[in-house]
Ligand binder design. Sequence first.
Ligand code: CTP
Ligand code: MG
Length: 201
Amino acid sequence: MSNLNVSNCSLLEVSECYIISVDFFIIPLLSAIWIMLPAYLPNPVAAVFGGGTPIDFGRNFTDGRRLLGDGKTYRGLIAGIVAGVAIGLLQIQAQAMYNLSFLPSHTLLSITLLAVGALLGDVCKSFFKRRYGKERGSKWPLADMYDLVIGAFVLLLIVDPSWLFGQVTLAAFILILILTPILHRATNIIGYLLKIKEVPW
Ligand code: CTP
Ligand code: MG
């Protein structure tokens, strides 16, 4: 359908059209967002609704530092997973109602693995962050940005690899890697301005 874009371009314009063409950019971009919505939502929702009993119940690891820290709570974990699954259910509903066949198809399993994996990745990151002696809320640039992607994709790879390889194209995956730090930074700045987060990262 969208090869049209490329064929309409003159020779000089070809490279430019190629980049903005539907097949090569817009669809992978929309697909990346569509795939990741159930994984992106849990973190900000955990930040809004989190608090109360920490997942590690305040216990320390053998190194004398907290196992996970006060930034990882049951309320945040549950609220985040519920939100991720809820947005995923809306996406599945939308796909059934409208002709969205150009987007990857979510399943109940895929949205659950994305939401759970995103927050498991976040919890694992905090475990290692504490082992490196970094305080709760301190900056750990790459890990803080990619924990959710790693968690979500590792869980998909283990539990539902056929969905992963059937629905996530290489182009969409690369765009997820580019998009995630940008969205992460943007939401954290918004969260900080709204006084939901204590630090803008
Ligand atoms: N949060 C939560 N439960 C979770 C994840 C997050 O309650 N499972 C809340 C906490 O209030 C946390 C905030 O969301 O402070 C922001 O999350 P995040 O940046 O992941 O935590 P940090 O406070 O930075 O802690 P860490 O250094 O361990 O990443
Ligand atoms: Mg943080």
